[in-house]
Write a protein that binds this ligand. Structure first.
Ligand code: MSP
Length: 511
Protein backbone atom coordinates (compact mmCIF):
# COMPACT_ATOMS: atom_id res chain seq x y z
CA UNK A 1 0.00 0.00 0.00
CA UNK A 2 1.26 3.47 -0.84
CA UNK A 3 2.38 5.31 2.26
CA UNK A 4 0.60 8.56 3.07
CA UNK A 5 2.17 11.74 4.34
CA UNK A 6 0.34 14.85 5.51
CA UNK A 7 2.35 18.00 6.20
CA UNK A 8 1.15 21.49 7.05
CA UNK A 9 2.47 25.03 7.39
CA UNK A 10 0.91 27.43 9.87
CA UNK A 11 -1.88 29.43 8.29
CA UNK A 12 -0.72 33.01 8.02
CA UNK A 13 -2.45 36.01 9.56
CA UNK A 14 -3.69 38.43 6.94
CA UNK A 15 -2.91 41.60 8.88
CA UNK A 16 0.23 42.32 6.87
CA UNK A 17 2.18 41.36 3.77
CA UNK A 18 4.18 38.14 3.56
CA UNK A 19 7.84 38.40 4.55
CA UNK A 20 10.81 36.11 4.50
CA UNK A 21 9.94 34.62 7.93
CA UNK A 22 6.66 33.31 6.48
CA UNK A 23 8.41 32.07 3.35
CA UNK A 24 10.86 30.13 5.52
CA UNK A 25 8.28 27.84 7.17
CA UNK A 26 6.60 27.31 3.81
CA UNK A 27 9.87 26.43 2.05
CA UNK A 28 10.86 23.98 4.80
CA UNK A 29 7.45 22.28 4.62
CA UNK A 30 7.67 22.23 0.83
CA UNK A 31 11.08 20.53 0.86
CA UNK A 32 9.63 17.87 3.15
CA UNK A 33 6.52 17.43 0.98
CA UNK A 34 8.63 17.08 -2.18
CA UNK A 35 10.97 14.61 -0.46
CA UNK A 36 8.05 12.33 0.38
CA UNK A 37 6.56 12.63 -3.11
CA UNK A 38 9.88 11.66 -4.66
CA UNK A 39 9.84 8.73 -2.27
CA UNK A 40 6.68 7.51 -3.98
CA UNK A 41 4.37 8.41 -1.08
CA UNK A 42 0.92 9.93 -1.39
CA UNK A 43 1.38 13.41 -0.01
CA UNK A 44 -1.09 16.03 1.11
CA UNK A 45 0.47 19.42 1.71
CA UNK A 46 -1.65 22.15 3.25
CA UNK A 47 -1.03 25.85 3.63
CA UNK A 48 -3.32 28.88 3.77
CA UNK A 49 -4.42 31.98 5.65
CA UNK A 50 -5.83 32.67 9.11
CA UNK A 51 -8.32 35.44 8.50
CA UNK A 52 -10.30 36.02 11.69
CA UNK A 53 -9.55 37.64 15.02
CA UNK A 54 -9.20 41.00 16.65
CA UNK A 55 -5.84 41.78 15.03
CA UNK A 56 -7.15 41.35 11.48
CA UNK A 57 -10.36 43.20 12.32
CA UNK A 58 -8.38 46.11 13.72
CA UNK A 59 -6.06 46.27 10.67
CA UNK A 60 -9.12 46.35 8.39
CA UNK A 61 -10.77 49.09 10.46
CA UNK A 62 -7.57 51.18 10.40
CA UNK A 63 -7.60 50.99 6.60
CA UNK A 64 -11.34 51.58 6.46
CA UNK A 65 -11.90 48.37 4.51
CA UNK A 66 -14.44 45.65 5.13
CA UNK A 67 -12.62 42.81 6.98
CA UNK A 68 -13.60 40.25 4.35
CA UNK A 69 -12.24 42.36 1.47
CA UNK A 70 -9.15 43.17 3.49
CA UNK A 71 -8.58 39.47 4.22
CA UNK A 72 -9.14 38.46 0.59
CA UNK A 73 -6.62 41.01 -0.58
CA UNK A 74 -3.83 39.88 1.69
CA UNK A 75 -4.68 36.20 1.39
CA UNK A 76 -4.06 36.57 -2.36
CA UNK A 77 -0.60 37.94 -1.60
CA UNK A 78 0.23 34.90 0.51
CA UNK A 79 -0.86 32.72 -2.35
CA UNK A 80 1.40 34.71 -4.67
CA UNK A 81 4.25 34.27 -2.23
CA UNK A 82 3.65 30.51 -2.20
CA UNK A 83 3.71 30.37 -5.98
CA UNK A 84 6.79 32.54 -6.21
CA UNK A 85 8.67 30.32 -3.74
CA UNK A 86 7.57 27.19 -5.69
CA UNK A 87 5.52 25.92 -2.75
CA UNK A 88 3.81 22.78 -4.07
CA UNK A 89 0.76 22.92 -1.82
CA UNK A 90 -2.20 20.62 -2.51
CA UNK A 91 -4.69 22.97 -0.91
CA UNK A 92 -4.66 26.58 0.25
CA UNK A 93 -7.25 26.92 2.98
CA UNK A 94 -8.81 30.20 4.03
CA UNK A 95 -10.56 30.29 7.38
CA UNK A 96 -13.33 32.42 5.88
CA UNK A 97 -14.34 29.58 3.55
CA UNK A 98 -17.79 28.17 4.39
CA UNK A 99 -16.55 24.57 4.64
CA UNK A 100 -13.96 25.62 7.22
CA UNK A 101 -16.49 27.59 9.25
CA UNK A 102 -18.86 24.61 9.30
CA UNK A 103 -16.03 22.29 10.29
CA UNK A 104 -14.83 24.53 13.13
CA UNK A 105 -18.40 24.75 14.43
CA UNK A 106 -18.74 20.96 14.23
CA UNK A 107 -15.57 20.53 16.29
CA UNK A 108 -16.92 23.01 18.81
CA UNK A 109 -20.21 21.11 19.09
CA UNK A 110 -18.46 17.77 19.55
CA UNK A 111 -16.32 19.18 22.35
CA UNK A 112 -19.37 20.83 23.92
CA UNK A 113 -21.36 17.58 23.78
CA UNK A 114 -18.53 15.85 25.61
CA UNK A 115 -18.87 18.45 28.34
CA UNK A 116 -15.51 20.15 27.92
CA UNK A 117 -16.98 23.65 27.52
CA UNK A 118 -18.72 25.93 30.01
CA UNK A 119 -19.73 29.60 30.20
CA UNK A 120 -18.19 32.10 32.60
CA UNK A 121 -16.53 35.53 32.50
CA UNK A 122 -12.93 36.00 31.40
CA UNK A 123 -11.01 38.50 33.46
CA UNK A 124 -7.37 38.77 32.53
CA UNK A 125 -4.67 39.87 30.16
CA UNK A 126 -4.78 39.58 26.39
CA UNK A 127 -2.18 40.47 23.76
CA UNK A 128 -3.85 41.32 20.48
CA UNK A 129 -0.60 41.07 18.52
CA UNK A 130 -0.04 37.49 19.71
CA UNK A 131 -3.78 36.68 19.89
CA UNK A 132 -2.86 35.13 23.20
CA UNK A 133 -4.08 35.19 26.82
CA UNK A 134 -1.31 35.59 29.35
CA UNK A 135 -1.23 34.86 33.02
CA UNK A 136 -0.20 37.71 35.31
CA UNK A 137 2.87 35.69 36.31
CA UNK A 138 4.09 35.55 32.71
CA UNK A 139 4.12 39.31 32.18
CA UNK A 140 7.19 41.56 32.18
CA UNK A 141 7.45 45.31 32.73
CA UNK A 142 8.89 47.54 29.98
CA UNK A 143 11.12 50.60 30.37
CA UNK A 144 8.03 52.84 30.73
CA UNK A 145 6.77 50.69 33.59
CA UNK A 146 4.00 49.17 31.44
CA UNK A 147 3.08 45.51 31.66
CA UNK A 148 3.95 43.60 28.47
CA UNK A 149 3.77 40.02 27.24
CA UNK A 150 6.91 37.86 27.37
CA UNK A 151 7.07 38.39 23.59
CA UNK A 152 7.16 42.17 24.06
CA UNK A 153 3.58 42.58 22.80
CA UNK A 154 1.27 45.09 24.47
CA UNK A 155 -1.33 43.56 26.76
CA UNK A 156 -4.77 44.79 27.71
CA UNK A 157 -6.99 43.81 30.61
CA UNK A 158 -10.25 42.33 29.39
CA UNK A 159 -13.42 41.33 31.19
CA UNK A 160 -16.10 39.69 29.12
CA UNK A 161 -18.49 36.73 29.07
CA UNK A 162 -16.74 33.78 27.51
CA UNK A 163 -16.87 30.06 26.95
CA UNK A 164 -14.07 28.15 28.62
CA UNK A 165 -12.44 24.92 27.52
CA UNK A 166 -11.54 22.55 30.37
CA UNK A 167 -7.84 22.61 29.55
CA UNK A 168 -6.93 21.91 33.18
CA UNK A 169 -8.27 18.38 32.77
CA UNK A 170 -5.67 17.68 30.10
CA UNK A 171 -2.57 18.49 32.12
CA UNK A 172 -1.89 14.87 33.06
CA UNK A 173 -2.93 13.29 29.73
CA UNK A 174 -0.66 15.73 27.88
CA UNK A 175 2.35 15.08 30.09
CA UNK A 176 1.79 11.34 29.71
CA UNK A 177 1.53 11.75 25.97
CA UNK A 178 4.78 13.73 25.68
CA UNK A 179 6.54 11.12 27.75
CA UNK A 180 5.21 8.22 25.72
CA UNK A 181 5.97 9.94 22.40
CA UNK A 182 9.27 11.77 22.79
CA UNK A 183 9.40 12.22 19.01
CA UNK A 184 6.14 14.24 19.07
CA UNK A 185 7.76 17.58 19.74
CA UNK A 186 10.95 18.93 18.25
CA UNK A 187 13.52 20.32 18.58
CA UNK A 188 14.54 19.31 22.08
CA UNK A 189 14.59 22.93 23.32
CA UNK A 190 10.91 23.34 22.35
CA UNK A 191 10.05 19.97 23.86
CA UNK A 192 11.59 20.98 27.18
CA UNK A 193 9.97 24.40 27.15
CA UNK A 194 6.50 22.99 26.52
CA UNK A 195 6.82 20.19 29.06
CA UNK A 196 7.85 22.66 31.73
CA UNK A 197 4.98 25.01 30.75
CA UNK A 198 2.45 22.19 31.20
CA UNK A 199 4.12 20.99 34.41
CA UNK A 200 3.56 24.43 35.91
CA UNK A 201 -0.16 23.75 35.64
CA UNK A 202 -2.85 24.44 33.05
CA UNK A 203 -5.80 26.73 33.64
CA UNK A 204 -9.02 26.45 31.67
CA UNK A 205 -8.77 28.39 28.41
CA UNK A 206 -11.11 31.12 27.26
CA UNK A 207 -12.25 30.04 23.79
CA UNK A 208 -14.76 32.69 22.80
CA UNK A 209 -14.92 36.46 22.68
CA UNK A 210 -17.89 38.82 22.87
CA UNK A 211 -16.28 42.24 22.44
CA UNK A 212 -15.86 42.04 18.65
CA UNK A 213 -17.50 40.12 15.86
CA UNK A 214 -14.88 39.18 13.22
CA UNK A 215 -14.78 35.44 13.83
CA UNK A 216 -16.63 32.14 13.53
CA UNK A 217 -19.95 32.39 15.39
CA UNK A 218 -20.26 29.98 18.31
CA UNK A 219 -23.07 27.53 17.46
CA UNK A 220 -26.23 28.53 19.29
CA UNK A 221 -24.62 31.68 20.80
CA UNK A 222 -24.28 34.23 18.01
CA UNK A 223 -23.07 36.96 20.39
CA UNK A 224 -19.86 34.91 20.84
CA UNK A 225 -17.18 34.39 18.21
CA UNK A 226 -14.64 31.63 18.63
CA UNK A 227 -11.19 32.46 19.97
CA UNK A 228 -9.15 32.76 16.79
CA UNK A 229 -6.81 29.93 17.76
CA UNK A 230 -9.71 27.48 18.20
CA UNK A 231 -10.90 28.43 14.72
CA UNK A 232 -7.38 28.43 13.21
CA UNK A 233 -6.10 25.14 14.59
CA UNK A 234 -9.16 23.32 13.32
CA UNK A 235 -8.06 24.15 9.74
CA UNK A 236 -5.82 21.09 9.80
CA UNK A 237 -8.90 18.86 9.90
CA UNK A 238 -11.51 21.00 8.16
CA UNK A 239 -9.27 20.98 5.06
CA UNK A 240 -9.63 17.19 5.06
CA UNK A 241 -13.42 17.40 5.12
CA UNK A 242 -14.09 17.24 8.88
CA UNK A 243 -16.73 16.51 10.20
CA UNK A 244 -17.48 14.39 7.13
CA UNK A 245 -14.94 11.65 7.78
CA UNK A 246 -16.21 9.71 4.76
CA UNK A 247 -14.44 12.19 2.49
CA UNK A 248 -11.48 10.96 0.44
CA UNK A 249 -9.05 13.34 2.09
CA UNK A 250 -9.86 12.24 5.61
CA UNK A 251 -7.49 9.28 5.13
CA UNK A 252 -4.61 11.74 5.67
CA UNK A 253 -5.52 12.33 9.32
CA UNK A 254 -3.62 12.23 11.66
CA UNK A 255 -1.08 14.62 10.16
CA UNK A 256 2.51 13.42 10.06
CA UNK A 257 3.96 16.85 10.63
CA UNK A 258 2.78 20.31 11.64
CA UNK A 259 5.67 22.64 10.94
CA UNK A 260 5.34 25.83 12.98
CA UNK A 261 7.42 28.77 14.21
CA UNK A 262 8.76 28.53 17.75
CA UNK A 263 6.48 31.39 18.84
CA UNK A 264 3.40 29.31 18.16
CA UNK A 265 4.60 25.97 19.56
CA UNK A 266 2.41 26.36 22.67
CA UNK A 267 -0.80 26.57 20.64
CA UNK A 268 0.13 23.51 18.60
CA UNK A 269 1.66 21.36 21.28
CA UNK A 270 -0.72 22.10 24.15
CA UNK A 271 -4.06 23.51 22.98
CA UNK A 272 -4.39 21.54 19.73
CA UNK A 273 -3.71 18.08 21.20
CA UNK A 274 -6.06 18.90 24.09
CA UNK A 275 -8.87 19.93 21.68
CA UNK A 276 -8.32 16.72 19.73
CA UNK A 277 -8.29 14.55 22.85
CA UNK A 278 -11.51 16.23 23.95
CA UNK A 279 -13.11 15.51 20.58
CA UNK A 280 -11.87 11.91 20.60
CA UNK A 281 -9.71 12.39 17.50
CA UNK A 282 -6.21 11.01 16.91
CA UNK A 283 -3.27 13.34 17.54
CA UNK A 284 -0.74 14.50 14.94
CA UNK A 285 2.46 12.49 14.89
CA UNK A 286 4.89 15.36 15.06
CA UNK A 287 5.15 19.06 15.70
CA UNK A 288 8.40 20.74 14.85
CA UNK A 289 9.18 24.36 15.66
CA UNK A 290 11.50 26.39 13.45
CA UNK A 291 13.61 29.28 14.67
CA UNK A 292 13.29 32.95 13.77
CA UNK A 293 15.10 35.10 11.23
CA UNK A 294 16.62 38.45 11.94
CA UNK A 295 17.86 40.73 9.17
CA UNK A 296 21.44 42.03 9.18
CA UNK A 297 21.46 41.38 12.93
CA UNK A 298 18.16 43.13 13.71
CA UNK A 299 14.65 41.95 14.44
CA UNK A 300 12.44 42.40 11.35
CA UNK A 301 9.93 45.12 12.00
CA UNK A 302 7.80 47.57 10.09
CA UNK A 303 8.96 50.45 12.31
CA UNK A 304 12.66 49.75 11.57
CA UNK A 305 11.68 49.34 7.91
CA UNK A 306 13.84 46.24 7.43
CA UNK A 307 11.12 43.75 6.52
CA UNK A 308 12.43 41.58 3.70
CA UNK A 309 9.93 40.59 1.08
CA UNK A 310 10.40 37.18 -0.54
CA UNK A 311 9.68 38.84 -3.89
CA UNK A 312 12.67 41.20 -3.66
CA UNK A 313 15.00 38.37 -2.71
CA UNK A 314 13.78 36.09 -5.47
CA UNK A 315 14.11 38.88 -8.02
CA UNK A 316 17.72 39.49 -6.95
CA UNK A 317 18.94 35.93 -6.43
CA UNK A 318 16.42 33.52 -7.96
CA UNK A 319 14.09 31.17 -6.12
CA UNK A 320 16.47 28.19 -5.95
CA UNK A 321 19.26 30.18 -4.32
CA UNK A 322 16.91 31.71 -1.75
CA UNK A 323 15.47 28.30 -0.88
CA UNK A 324 18.94 26.81 -0.60
CA UNK A 325 20.19 29.67 1.57
CA UNK A 326 17.23 29.53 3.98
CA UNK A 327 17.69 25.85 4.63
CA UNK A 328 21.48 25.67 4.51
CA UNK A 329 22.35 28.56 6.77
CA UNK A 330 21.17 27.12 10.06
CA UNK A 331 19.40 23.98 11.39
CA UNK A 332 15.63 24.30 11.29
CA UNK A 333 15.09 24.71 15.04
CA UNK A 334 17.65 27.50 15.46
CA UNK A 335 17.44 31.26 14.95
CA UNK A 336 19.36 32.76 12.07
CA UNK A 337 20.36 36.00 10.45
CA UNK A 338 19.71 37.01 6.89
CA UNK A 339 22.49 39.07 5.43
CA UNK A 340 23.00 39.91 1.80
CA UNK A 341 26.67 39.03 2.01
CA UNK A 342 25.95 35.58 3.47
CA UNK A 343 23.48 34.94 0.65
CA UNK A 344 25.98 35.98 -2.02
CA UNK A 345 28.69 33.81 -0.47
CA UNK A 346 26.40 30.76 -0.31
CA UNK A 347 25.46 31.28 -3.92
CA UNK A 348 28.96 31.84 -5.24
CA UNK A 349 30.80 29.27 -3.14
CA UNK A 350 28.36 26.39 -2.68
CA UNK A 351 26.20 26.69 -5.76
CA UNK A 352 28.31 28.35 -8.46
CA UNK A 353 31.73 26.95 -7.48
CA UNK A 354 31.24 23.61 -5.80
CA UNK A 355 28.24 22.25 -7.67
CA UNK A 356 27.90 24.51 -10.72
CA UNK A 357 31.54 24.27 -11.77
CA UNK A 358 31.68 20.54 -11.20
CA UNK A 359 28.69 20.06 -13.49
CA UNK A 360 29.85 22.63 -16.00
CA UNK A 361 33.36 21.33 -16.47
CA UNK A 362 32.23 17.70 -16.63
CA UNK A 363 29.46 18.36 -19.11
CA UNK A 364 31.67 20.63 -21.25
CA UNK A 365 34.36 17.95 -21.43
CA UNK A 366 31.73 15.39 -22.41
CA UNK A 367 30.42 17.79 -25.07
CA UNK A 368 33.89 18.42 -26.48
CA UNK A 369 35.59 15.09 -26.10
CA UNK A 370 32.86 12.45 -26.18
CA UNK A 371 30.74 13.77 -29.10
CA UNK A 372 28.26 15.12 -26.57
CA UNK A 373 27.16 11.63 -25.55
CA UNK A 374 27.21 10.22 -22.03
CA UNK A 375 30.01 7.63 -22.01
CA UNK A 376 29.36 4.00 -20.93
CA UNK A 377 30.48 2.90 -17.46
CA UNK A 378 34.01 1.47 -17.59
CA UNK A 379 35.84 -0.86 -15.20
CA UNK A 380 35.86 0.65 -11.70
CA UNK A 381 39.12 1.73 -10.04
CA UNK A 382 39.57 2.04 -6.29
CA UNK A 383 39.06 5.82 -6.32
CA UNK A 384 35.88 5.42 -8.44
CA UNK A 385 34.42 2.91 -6.00
CA UNK A 386 35.17 5.20 -3.10
CA UNK A 387 33.32 8.22 -4.47
CA UNK A 388 30.42 6.10 -5.74
CA UNK A 389 30.23 4.42 -2.32
CA UNK A 390 30.04 7.76 -0.52
CA UNK A 391 27.31 8.90 -2.93
CA UNK A 392 25.23 5.76 -2.54
CA UNK A 393 24.76 6.13 1.24
CA UNK A 394 23.38 9.66 1.02
CA UNK A 395 19.76 8.64 0.49
CA UNK A 396 19.52 6.41 3.58
CA UNK A 397 21.07 9.11 5.72
CA UNK A 398 18.68 11.66 4.25
CA UNK A 399 15.67 9.46 5.04
CA UNK A 400 16.67 9.39 8.71
CA UNK A 401 17.47 13.09 8.72
CA UNK A 402 14.09 14.01 7.24
CA UNK A 403 12.34 12.09 10.05
CA UNK A 404 14.01 14.53 12.44
CA UNK A 405 13.53 17.60 10.20
CA UNK A 406 17.34 17.79 9.95
CA UNK A 407 17.17 19.42 6.52
CA UNK A 408 20.42 21.35 6.94
CA UNK A 409 22.40 18.24 7.83
CA UNK A 410 21.28 16.58 4.59
CA UNK A 411 22.61 19.54 2.62
CA UNK A 412 25.90 19.40 4.49
CA UNK A 413 26.29 15.69 3.76
CA UNK A 414 25.47 16.19 0.10
CA UNK A 415 28.00 19.00 -0.10
CA UNK A 416 30.68 16.81 1.49
CA UNK A 417 30.17 14.43 -1.43
CA UNK A 418 30.18 17.27 -3.97
CA UNK A 419 33.49 18.52 -2.56
CA UNK A 420 34.88 14.99 -2.49
CA UNK A 421 33.87 14.66 -6.13
CA UNK A 422 35.73 17.88 -6.95
CA UNK A 423 38.76 16.28 -5.27
CA UNK A 424 38.22 13.13 -7.32
CA UNK A 425 38.12 14.97 -10.64
CA UNK A 426 41.22 16.99 -9.70
CA UNK A 427 43.12 13.81 -8.83
CA UNK A 428 41.99 11.96 -11.93
CA UNK A 429 42.59 15.03 -14.13
CA UNK A 430 40.59 13.92 -17.17
CA UNK A 431 41.99 16.94 -19.06
CA UNK A 432 45.40 15.19 -18.89
CA UNK A 433 43.98 11.73 -19.57
CA UNK A 434 42.59 13.16 -22.78
CA UNK A 435 46.05 12.77 -24.31
CA UNK A 436 47.45 9.86 -22.32
CA UNK A 437 44.43 7.55 -21.89
CA UNK A 438 41.22 8.77 -23.62
CA UNK A 439 39.28 5.67 -22.58
CA UNK A 440 40.03 6.30 -18.90
CA UNK A 441 39.08 9.95 -19.44
CA UNK A 442 35.65 8.79 -20.61
CA UNK A 443 35.34 6.42 -17.65
CA UNK A 444 36.18 9.20 -15.20
CA UNK A 445 33.73 11.63 -16.79
CA UNK A 446 31.05 9.00 -16.55
CA UNK A 447 31.73 8.46 -12.83
CA UNK A 448 31.44 12.18 -12.18
CA UNK A 449 28.23 12.37 -14.25
CA UNK A 450 26.80 9.53 -12.15
CA UNK A 451 27.67 11.27 -8.89
CA UNK A 452 26.10 14.51 -10.14
CA UNK A 453 23.00 12.61 -11.23
CA UNK A 454 22.44 11.21 -7.71
CA UNK A 455 23.18 14.55 -6.09
CA UNK A 456 20.78 16.34 -8.43
CA UNK A 457 17.99 13.82 -7.77
CA UNK A 458 18.45 14.22 -4.02
CA UNK A 459 18.56 18.00 -4.24
CA UNK A 460 15.27 18.26 -6.17
CA UNK A 461 13.21 18.96 -3.01
CA UNK A 462 15.43 21.91 -2.17
CA UNK A 463 15.97 23.44 -5.62
CA UNK A 464 13.31 22.03 -7.92
CA UNK A 465 13.95 24.29 -10.92
CA UNK A 466 17.74 24.26 -11.00
CA UNK A 467 17.85 20.50 -10.45
CA UNK A 468 15.31 19.91 -13.17
CA UNK A 469 17.58 21.79 -15.58
CA UNK A 470 20.64 19.89 -14.39
CA UNK A 471 18.91 16.54 -14.80
CA UNK A 472 17.85 17.60 -18.32
CA UNK A 473 21.50 18.27 -19.13
CA UNK A 474 22.47 14.86 -17.77
CA UNK A 475 19.86 13.23 -20.02
CA UNK A 476 17.90 11.78 -17.08
CA UNK A 477 14.34 10.97 -18.13
CA UNK A 478 11.43 12.15 -15.97
CA UNK A 479 10.59 8.59 -14.86
CA UNK A 480 14.11 8.19 -13.55
CA UNK A 481 14.02 11.21 -11.26
CA UNK A 482 12.17 9.50 -8.39
CA UNK A 483 14.25 8.20 -5.48
CA UNK A 484 13.38 4.65 -6.56
CA UNK A 485 15.54 5.27 -9.67
CA UNK A 486 18.64 6.34 -7.72
CA UNK A 487 20.34 3.03 -8.50
CA UNK A 488 19.33 3.14 -12.15
CA UNK A 489 22.59 3.23 -14.10
CA UNK A 490 21.92 4.46 -17.63
CA UNK A 491 23.44 2.32 -20.38
CA UNK A 492 25.45 5.18 -21.87
CA UNK A 493 25.79 6.55 -25.39
CA UNK A 494 22.95 8.94 -24.60
CA UNK A 495 23.06 12.18 -26.56
CA UNK A 496 23.16 15.10 -24.11
CA UNK A 497 21.93 18.64 -24.74
CA UNK A 498 24.42 21.50 -25.02
CA UNK A 499 25.70 22.29 -21.51
CA UNK A 500 24.64 25.54 -19.86
CA UNK A 501 25.68 27.03 -16.53
CA UNK A 502 23.12 26.20 -13.82
CA UNK A 503 24.31 28.77 -11.29
CA UNK A 504 26.09 31.71 -12.94
CA UNK A 505 28.21 33.58 -10.41
CA UNK A 506 26.63 36.56 -8.72
CA UNK A 507 28.88 39.54 -9.45
CA UNK A 508 29.17 42.85 -7.63
CA UNK A 509 27.61 44.92 -10.40
CA UNK A 510 24.37 42.94 -10.19
CA UNK A 511 23.87 44.14 -6.62
N1 MSP B 1 -2.02 32.60 12.27
C1 MSP B 1 -1.08 32.08 13.17
C2 MSP B 1 -0.82 30.62 12.89
C3 MSP B 1 -2.02 29.74 12.96
S1 MSP B 1 -1.66 28.08 12.58
C4 MSP B 1 -3.05 27.24 12.97
C5 MSP B 1 0.25 32.86 13.02
N2 MSP B 1 0.42 33.52 11.90
S2 MSP B 1 1.68 34.46 11.58
O1 MSP B 1 1.44 34.95 10.26
O2 MSP B 1 1.86 35.43 12.60
O3 MSP B 1 2.94 33.57 11.63
C6 MSP B 1 3.03 32.44 10.80
C7 MSP B 1 4.38 31.80 10.89
O4 MSP B 1 5.40 32.70 10.45
C8 MSP B 1 4.75 31.37 12.30
O5 MSP B 1 5.22 30.03 12.26
C9 MSP B 1 5.87 32.30 12.67
O6 MSP B 1 6.79 31.69 13.51
C10 MSP B 1 6.49 32.58 11.32
N3 MSP B 1 7.30 33.78 11.36
C11 MSP B 1 6.89 35.07 11.48
N4 MSP B 1 8.00 35.86 11.53
C12 MSP B 1 9.13 35.11 11.46
C13 MSP B 1 10.51 35.37 11.40
N5 MSP B 1 11.02 36.57 11.50
N6 MSP B 1 11.34 34.29 11.22
C14 MSP B 1 10.86 33.01 11.07
N7 MSP B 1 9.56 32.75 11.13
C15 MSP B 1 8.68 33.76 11.41
O7 MSP B 1 1.06 32.81 13.95
Amino acid sequence: MTQKFYVTTPIYYVNGDPHIGHAYTSVAADVIARFHRLNGEEVFFLTGTDEHGQKVEQSAIEKNIDPQDFASNISARFREMSDLMEISYDDFIRTTQPHHIKGAQALWKTIEEKNYLYQDVYEGWYAKRDECYYDESELKVNSQGKKIAPTGAEVEWIEEPSFFFRLSQFEKPLLEFYEKHPEFLGPLSTHNEIVSFVQQGLKDLSVSRTSFSWGVPVPGHPQHVMYVWFDALSNYITALGYPDTSQQRWKFWPAHLHLVGKDIARFHAVYWPAFLMAAGLPLPKKIFANGWWTVEGQKMSKSIGNVVSPKDLVEAFGCDTVRYFLLREVPLGKDSDLSKQALITRHNVDLANDLGNLAQRTLSMIAKNCDGTLPKRGPLHHDDKEILGRTSVLYDAMTRQFEDCALTQSLKDIWDVIRACNGYIDRQAPWKLKKTDPQRMRDVLRIVADVIRVVAILLQPYMPNAMSRLLDQLGVEQVNRQFSALDHIAAGDIQLPKPQAIFPRFTEKEQ
